[in-house]
Design a protein around this ligand. Structure first.
Ligand code: BTN
Length: 261
């Protein structure tokens, strides 16, 4: 086991102690790697962390810029039968990352439904949760992938990200990525073990940056606009429409109508 893997594991507390962490120098995508390992029988609590990704993946088929200076981590959660509630798992993960990063940096983070974390109006973290079902046994598992821009990349962000992306810290000594990884897992494992208790929802709601804001979204192929009202108990975004009715978005993405949105 490498020093970094051992460092993360030595820091884990409580429910997170069951995690087995494998820290790699480089991989295509920690989510893809963990899905391969899951198919080969990796146990619940397996964690893959990479120093950089060559094919980092984001939501909706996007790529995720993953140079050195970030934390790229995926966690495998196995369930016996029921398929995991992916929105709630993403919300639990976002809350865990926000709490961990705030403890580490002492600066507040905001969440943009459903999977993005912002610091000072710039995106510093994205989360990609994926589920798989074994066709033979019916067993389900989820891979929760977390990408954090810990420090600005050498040479800066590429042109398409430079106006929207940010980092948690201006610079970081060795070991900060491992500290952050352990803090995230310490929070996420208890949340995930009791997903239906929703202990993470108050923390998520308190950091939501969409409440009262005008948002645009696509529903059944039609573009609509409304005002975000909050997060419901299933992790959906409640939106008030211009005719006074409300709808709940359970997946997809919204665009925020204000500077920095
Ligand atoms: C998004 O912003 O759309 C989600 C980005 C998720 C990125 C993380 S980095 C670790 C894990 N491996 C991946 O390929 N993606 C996730």
């Amino acid at each position: 086991m490498c020093k970094e893997s051992a460092d993360v594991m030595a820091r884990l507390r409580g429910a997170a102690k069951k995690c087995h962490v494998d820290r790699l120098e480089e991989i295509d995508s920690t989510n893809s790697e963990l899905k391969r390992r899951a198919a080969a029988g990796a146990p619940d609590g397996t964690v893959v962390i990479a120093r950089r990704q060559t094919g980092g993946r984001g939501r909706l088929g996007r790529t995720f810029f993953s140079p050195e200076g970030g934390l790229y981590m995926s966690l495998l959660l196995r369930q016996e039968a029921q398929s995991p509630e992916l929105s709630l798992l993403t919300i639990a993960a976002a809350t865990a990352v926000a709490e961990a990063a705030e403890e580490l940096t002492a600066s507040p983070l905001a969440v943009k439904w459903v999977n993005d974390l912002y610091r000072d109006g710039r995106k510093v973290c994205g989360i990609l949760t994926e589920a798989m079902t074994d066709g033979v046994t019916g067993e389900c598992c989820a891979v929760v992938g977390i990408g954090v821009n810990l420090v600005p990349p050498q040479g800066g962000f590429p042109a398409e990200l430079k106006d929207t992306a940010g980092a948690l810290l201006p610079s970081a000594p060795n070991g900060v990525a491992e500290q952050l990884a352990a803090k995230i897992l310490d929070r996420l494992l208890p949340y995930a073990a009791a997903l239906s208790a929703r202990a993470y929802l108050p923390g998520y709601r308190a950091r939501s940056m969409l409440d009262g804001e005008t948002v645009t979204f696509c529903q059944s192929g039609v573009w609509r606009q409304g005002v975000a009202q909050g997060i419901d108990d299933s992790g959906g975004l409640i939106v008030r429409l211009p005719d006074g009715s409300s709808c709940v978005l359970s997946c997809g993405e919204v665009t925020l109508h204000r500077a920095g949105g």
